[in-house]
Write a new protein. Structure first.
Length: 261
C-alpha cells in the first residue's frame, strides 16, 4: 500500500535536537509550524529534507519571505498551515488538515471534518511540557492519515548528548541529591521558581495582567502573588510594552529573554 511519511514540528526556538534530526531523516517532507527563532534552524532542516514552513510570532525580519499562512497539497491531501490557530484567515473549505503550533502543547482534534494537528514543541523545554513532534503517514489511495506522537523526556546538553532530567539538573544547578524537588527542574525558564505546573504559570501571568489593568504597583503585585519582584516586573514590562499580547506571547518573550542572557 502506497504511503507518504511527513514530519510535523513547530516552535523549535533556536534548538534542533539530535534526536529530532534523526527522526526527520525517516520522513519524506518536513512541515514546520513557525517560531524557528533563528534562520540557521531552517537551513539545517532544508539540509535534511524539503521543508514547508510558515512564519511564527518570534520570527522577525529574516523570515519576511515565509508566509504567515499557506496551503499545500501532499499525496492528495490539502494541508493548511498557520502558526497560531487563532490567526486563521483563509477559508478551510476542502481542507483536510490544519497544521499549527504556538501553544507548545501536542494536540490532535477533528472539527467539522478538518483534522487539526499541533505537534507541540521540540525546541527548548518549557516548564513541565514534554518535548514532542509528530509523524504523519498519508495513505492517498484510501485518503487516510495515521499520526504518531513522538516524545522525549530528556534534555540536550551543550555537547549535544541526551540526558535525563536528573542529570540535567545536576549539570545546571549542582547535584541536588535523591530528594530533588520539581522546582529545581522548573528554574530553567524565565526565572520561574516553585510553580507546580505550567498551568500555574499561565494563571499567574493572567492574574498579573488583570492586576496591571487595575492599576496595582509592581510591589503590590509581587507581594500579593508571593513571587519575586524581578519576575513580577518582567511580566508587567512585557505586558505593557506589547499591546495586545496574550499569555503565550508573554511566555515566549520571557523564554527569549532568558536565553539572551
Amino acid at each position: 500500500m502506497e504511503s507518504y511519511r511527513i514530519a510535523i514540528i513547530s516552535d523549535t526556538h533556536g534548538l534542533l535536537r539530535p534526536e529530532v534530526k534523526e527522526r526527520l531523516k525517516t520522513c519524506e517532507r518536513i512541515l514546520h509550524g513557525g517560531d524557528f527563532d533563528k534562520p540557521e534552524i531552517l537551513k539545517q532542516l532544508e539540509a535534511i529534507r524539503p521543508v514547508y514552513a510558515v512564519r511564527g510570532n518570534v520570527d522577525k525580519s529574516w523570515a519576511e519571505d515565509l508566509p504567515a499562512e499557506r496551503e499545500i497539497t501532499l499525496a492528495g491531501f490539502r494541508i493548511y498551515m498557520v502558526h497560531n490557530r487563532k490567526r486563521i484567515t483563509g477559508k478551510l473549505s476542502g481542507v483536510d488538515i490544519v497544521v499549527c503550533g504556538h501553544t507548545h502543547q501536542y494536540e490532535e482534534r477533528r472539527e467539522d471534518g478538518v483534522l487539526y494537528l499541533n505537534p507541540g514543541s521540540c525546541g527548548p523545554k518549557r516548564f513541565r511540557l514534554p518535548i514532542t513532534m509528530m509523524v504523519a503517514t498519508l495513505y492517498p489511495a484510501e485518503h487516510r492519515i495515521e499520526t504518531e506522537r513522538v516524545e522525549w523526556g530528556g534534555f540536550v546538553t551543550a555537547a549535544g548528548k541526551s540526558t535525563g532530567e536528573r542529570e540535567w539538573a545536576a549539570q545546571e544547578h549542582g547535584d541536588p541529591g535523591p530528594e530533588m524537588g520539581e522546582a529545581v527542574l522548573e528554574e530553567q525558564s524565565a526565572g520561574r521558581r516553585n510553580f507546580a505546573s505550567d498551568r500555574d504559570m499561565y494563571k499567574l501571568i493572567k492574574r498579573i495582567m488583570k492586576e496591571v489593568r487595575a492599576g496595582k504597583t509592581i510591589e503590590e503585585i509581587a507581594a500579593g502573588n508571593r513571587v519575586e519582584k524581578e519576575l513580577a516586573e518582567q511580566i508587567c514590562r512585557f505586558y505593557v510594552t506589547h499591546p495586545g499580547v496574550d499569555v503565550d506571547g508573554i511566555l515566549n518573550r520571557m523564554e527569549l529573554h532568558a536565553r539572551s542572557k
